[in-house]
Design a protein around this ligand. Structure first.
Ligand SMILES: Cc1cc2nc3c(=O)[nH]c(=O)nc-3n(C[C@H](O)[C@H](O)[C@H](O)COP(=O)(O)OP(=O)(O)OC[C@H]3O[C@@H](n4cnc5c(N)ncnc54)[C@H](O)[C@@H]3O)c2cc1C
Length: 314
């Protein structure tokens, strides 16, 4: 059983805080930080501590500290595939956005886990390397994209990933091949093994700039015309059920426009739930449940969430 800090005040005098600022610089350790500032849905209460390490060694040391002090530990990427509940997250939340270098060598790109996968696909374009066009509109980090084998328009991370450097739950640094991650449709073994992705190596193919750009422009147009990008959301809320499309089932259940508080089933794309008007996480989650129940009643299909829900109720 891990400790949490619930009920503790003055976190910046807490021994864990003192130890963290001994590992990384003080400016990388935030106390009582609102996670709504760090999620795409703009939902989520406070993290007791949000730490943004700058080196692999700092990540390893933080994992070892959380283990030795038995403190709850949560990893946050770009916050584009999760909903943090209104009560926030106890213990240490780690975000790797400062590990964001992108380096190209011949046909290979090595990207830090905190780099945005959109920026990696742009780098590939600039270097005239094809293969990552599908990722040009996925707003996650490299780490988050590996975690769930992100994909779009027929492409997915496992098609281009060669290997990754991770930290295991004991704080050891490992290099793994793509095969060792057991990637499949929107899954990998990263959650089960509790790996922390530090960097990823992608193998791409030389291609003409104009051809890559044409594909990226086409996919961007498709996204902008079909997705409600004008509102905060977590993208497609549900996985594609075998033999169906989640969006179509929701549309045919006449749920488009259904609103609970400030959360609404998008009028533009039924597979999205948008934070239209200052929703709380509990409103957003209630709407997810309502959609699941209604689709099950009408069509007997159980929609499985793609998006993760983490944290505590108020
Ligand atoms: C408008 C919109 C469009 C989207 N379109 C697509 C799409 O076309 N295809 C698609 O696949 N997804 C899509 N998504 C969902 C999302 O962008 C992807 O799932 C993305 O891979 C999530 O990455 P993230 O960094 O935001 O992860 P987060 O949401 O922050 O975290 C998701 C999970 O990944 C884990 N994680 C994060 N970083 C690491 C790491 N370094 N190591 C280990 N685990 C980590 C977290 O602990 C968490 O469990 C979309 C989202 C939005 C908002």
């Amino acid at each position: 059983m891990r400790n949490n800090f619930k009920g503790m005040i003055q976190m910046n005098h807490h021994p864990i805080y003192e130890k963290l600022i001994g590992i990384t610089s003080k400016q990388n350790v935030m106390v009582d930080e609102m996670l709504s500032n760090h999620t795409y849905t703009r939902l989520g209460g406070k993290a007791d501590i949000l730490v943004t390490p700058e080196t692999y060694e700092e990540v390893q040391a933080i994992v070892k500290l959380a283990n030795s002090e038995r403190v709850a530990f949560t990893l946050l990427g770009n916050g584009s595939n999760l909903i943090v509940k209104d009560g926030g997250i106890r213990g240490i939340v780690m975000n790797l956005k400062k590990l964001s270098t992108i380096q190209t060598n011949s046909n290979t790109i090595v990207a830090g886990s905190g780099a945005r996968i959109i920026d990696v696909s742009r780098e590939a374009l600039e270097r005239r390397l094809g293969g990552l066009e599908f990722a040009c509109g996925i707003p996650g980090s490299v780490g988050g994209a590996l975690f769930m084998n992100a994909g779009a328009y027929g492409g997915e991370i496992k098609d281009v990933l060669v290997s990754t450097k991770v930290v295991d739950p004991e704080g050891n640094l490992l290099t793994l091949s793509v095969e060792e991650l057991d990637m499949d449709y929107r899954t990998s073994n990263i959650p089960e093994k509790r790996y922390i992705v530090l960097e990823a190596t992608f193998a791409l193919q030389p291609a003409e700039y104009e051809k890559i750009k044409e594909v990226m422009d086409d996919l961007t147009f498709k996204r902008e015309s079909k997705q409600p990008l004008e509102y905060p959301s977590c993208g497609s809320v549900f996985k594609r059920p075998p033999g169906y499309f989640a969006g179509k089932l929701i549309q045919d259940s006449e749920l488009q426009g259904k609103q609970i508080g400030g959360a609404q089933v998008s009028l533009k794309h039924a597979g999205f739930i948008v934070n239209k008007d200052g929703a709380t996480a509990s409103e957003y989650i209630a709407l997810i449940h309502h959609v699941q129940e209604t689709v099950d009643e009408k069509f007997g299909v159980k929609l499985e969430r793609e998006v993760k829900i983490i944290g505590e109720d108020v």
